[in-house]
Ligand binder design. Structure first.
Ligand SMILES: Cc1cc2nc3c(=O)[nH]c(=O)nc-3n(C[C@H](O)[C@H](O)[C@H](O)COP(=O)(O)OP(=O)(O)OC[C@H]3O[C@@H](n4cnc5c(N)ncnc54)[C@H](O)[C@@H]3O)c2cc1C
Length: 601
């Protein structure tokens, strides 16, 4: 096995039932020299081309976004995920995440343009295109000669993406499809040369994907730029197709396969979106801390006040947790792709299946990181006080830009429900054994709890035990939900949302603990004092949330003795032997960040 596939990777969704060892996960501290060089050159690009122009991005300078995208193309940054055979850099999944992470930190306008082009605008062709389609379109997209956009959403078809009314009618000579319909909220529409368009053929159950070249003479017209809350220089327009002639050879994959293509492109889009919310957080934390160190009130820098320390610590913790989970999942995907290739899959097939396998983790990350980013920008404003509300400081735009991440690439509600829904489907298919562990939890609840006091002197021994217990809490809640409602569980959305919140907390908390444990083991515990504090602080929040969501779920479907037993179980599964001193943890973290005057992990 190659080095990249050495570690025992946890298969998609299995984190819940299989113990993951810290040495088996990838962390940002594992970046190779090549990856670090890539990161530094992206940071340098952003600091030169984007950050100093932040004001122009707020003034709807769409041309600037296009210019930055072209320059990114010249540097090869648009082709990191594209195989070398199609003029890309052919880099691994982790590197593609890294580029997406660092290029997105300065403004949501570039983040969106980059994500829409390299992700949903290009990936459907690299993942599903024929050799001819890939040769024709991908090199142009990889180099930035052409830009791509993705036309799925319609006025009547948003979350219900398969319900679109756009039609594709085969011409009499059988050589073309004539596409007619209205697409809306299309990112990059204003400067795209190629559209990935989803349309329905006859009365097909599922839509079909097409590659459509932008040609105004071919029945394609654009609406005006949308006036948006944020991402002001990201081009967002309606796209109208009026009997647009598309050669039959431009169909993507097979007839009726469009919904699958759309969803798989979104899986990649979701994990990349989580990456795109990382450097934004780092930069906001750094700006907020710099301000807090300079701003004096009551003859004291405000960074010295406990109320501000608490915010700084929570912001840094959220970002650290997000990095831990995003790169853990990215490497699992990369390794899975490598294993599939070793088994004889083509790169295309391996990538498709590799990402699809981790669709649950992709949804979890999309929700968790977009919400952390939103919260961090909000607290950033608060730290800046009145100045935070001013368009002259970076917080105001960051706050508005962050808002979109909870909406596109599938709203956070849809992704919450998907994460649990997909997990249950995997269990039904026998890909993840949930039933066995769920039954074991039930048996455990009937038994007498152990009153031993374990030895918690080893780093994270109590925390890791807690993670195992939290997994039991999820299995208890979700397992009983499935038992109670069977296929009708789908109708019980509030229960699914509660279960999904539990699931999200577990993955994120476990990732931060494993990253820190791995680093403590190799670099020494004393070098990880603040990271240990962050992992513990985050776990404390996770436990609190799981208690609340668990109670909400249990009380919705269980009554009397059953309810009492499950609530007792929940209490047992969320009980600390040694409650962490949350305030002390926050102080440790905030002191480090304010001393360094930046996000420093
Ligand atoms: C700036 C921007 C850029 C975009 N870029 C693109 C792009 O490039 N290409 C593209 O195709 N689309 C794009 N979109 C569209 C985006 O993906 C959709 O807006 C999103 O999927 C939600 O669809 P909708 O707006 O129709 O909301 P709706 O689907 O109408 O949802 C409204 C609310 O109802 C909730 N809801 C909907 N269905 C359910 C359900 N079954 N159960 C529970 N709650 C539900 C949602 O979570 C949401 O809170 C973009 C949107 C914006 C704003």
């Amino acid at each position: 096995m190659s080095t990249s596939t050495k570690h025992n990777i946890t298969r998609g969704g299995q984190f819940l039932v299989k113990e993951t060892k810290s040495e088996d996960i990838f962390t940002p501290e594992d970046f190779t020299e090549e990856q670090k060089m890539m990161r530094d050159s992206v940071i340098e690009f952003v600091d030169r081309e984007i950050w100093p122009n932040k004001e122009r991005f707020e003034k709807k300078d769409y041309a600037l976004t296009e210019e930055v995208m072209r320059k990114a193309g010249e540097l090869g940054l648009l082709g990191v995920a594209v195989p070398e055979a199609y003029d890309g850099l052919g880099m691994g999944f982790v590197t593609t995440m890294l580029v997406c992470d660092y290029i997105s930190g300065a403004t949501g306008s570039v983040a969106t343009a980059f994500g829409a082009h390299t992700g949903i605008g290009t990936m459907p062709i690299t993942l599903y295109g024929t050799e001819e389609q890939k040769k024709k379109y991908v090199p142009k997209l990889a180099t930035g000669e052409w830009f791509g956009a993705y036309c799925l959403t319609e006025p009547g078809a948003g979350s219900d993406a398969n319900s679109g009314k756009t039609k594709a009618v085969l011409s009499e000579d059988g050589k073309h499809y004539l596409i007619s319909g209205q697409k809306m909220w299309i990112s990059n529409a204003g400067f795209a040369s190629v559209f990935i368009v989803f349309a329905r053929i006859e009365d097909d159950k599922n839509i079909t994907g097409f590659i459509v070249e932008n040609d105004p003479k071919n029945g394609i017209s654009l609406g005006e730029e949308e006036h948006k809350l944020g991402i002001h220089s990201s081009s967002t327009r309606q796209v109208f197709f009026n009997e647009t002639k598309v050669p039959v050879e431009n169909m993507l994959s097979e007839r009726g396969n469009g919904f699958k293509i759309a969803m798989n492109a979104l899986n990649v889009g979701r994990i990349k979106l989580s990456a795109a919310c990382l450097d934004a957080q780092r930069r906001i934390i750094t700006e907020a801390v710099k301000y807090a160190n300079e701003r004096v009130q009551f003859k004291t820098p405000i960074s010295k006040f406990g109320a501000i320390k608490s915010k700084v610590a929570e912001m840094a913790t959220a970002c650290y947790v997000d990095e831990s989970a995003a790169y853990r999942a990215a490497k699992d995907i990369e390794d899975r792709i490598a294993i599939r290739q070793e088994e004889g899959n083509s790169h295309q097939e391996a990538e498709l299946k590799g990402v699809e396998e981790y669709a649950i983790e992709c949804s979890i990350l999309k929700v968790a990181v977009s919400e952390h980013c939103q919260n961090t920008t909000d607290e950033g404003i608060q730290i800046f006080g009145g100045m935070g509300f001013s368009a002259d400081t970076p917080m105001e735009a960051a706050w508005r830009d962050a808002r979109i991440s909870r909406i596109y690439e599938g709203t956070n509600e849809i992704n919450r429900m998907l994460s649990v829904g997909m997990l249950i489907k995997k269990a039904m298919k026998g890909q993840v054994d949930l039933l066995g562990p769920a039954t074991a939890v039930k048996d455990e609840l009937m038994g007498i709890p152990s009153f031993d006091t374990p030895d918690y002197s080893i780093l994270f021994s109590e925390e890791k035990e807690m993670i195992e217990k939290l997994k039991k809490a999820f299995l208890m809640v979700a397992g009983s939900g499935v038992q109670k409602y069977g296929p009708e569980l789908e109708e019980h959305q509030q229960l699914l949302m509660a279960a999904s919140d539990i699931l999200i907390q577990i993955y994120m908390a476990e990732s931060a603990i494993l990253r820190t444990e791995k680093n403590a083991k190799r670099f020494g515990e004393d070098t990880q004092k603040e990271q240990i504090a962050m992992a513990k602080l985050n776990l404390f929040h996770a436990v609190e949330k799981i208690q609340t969501k668990g109670k909400e779920a249990i009380s919705s479907f269980a009554e009397g003795d059953e309810q009492r037993m499950m609530l007792m179980g929940l209490k047992r599964f969320t009980k600390y032997a040694n409650l962490p001193n949350v305030i002390a943890l926050r102080n440790t973290i905030a002191d480090k960040v304010t001393a360094e005057n930046k996000y420093c992990f």
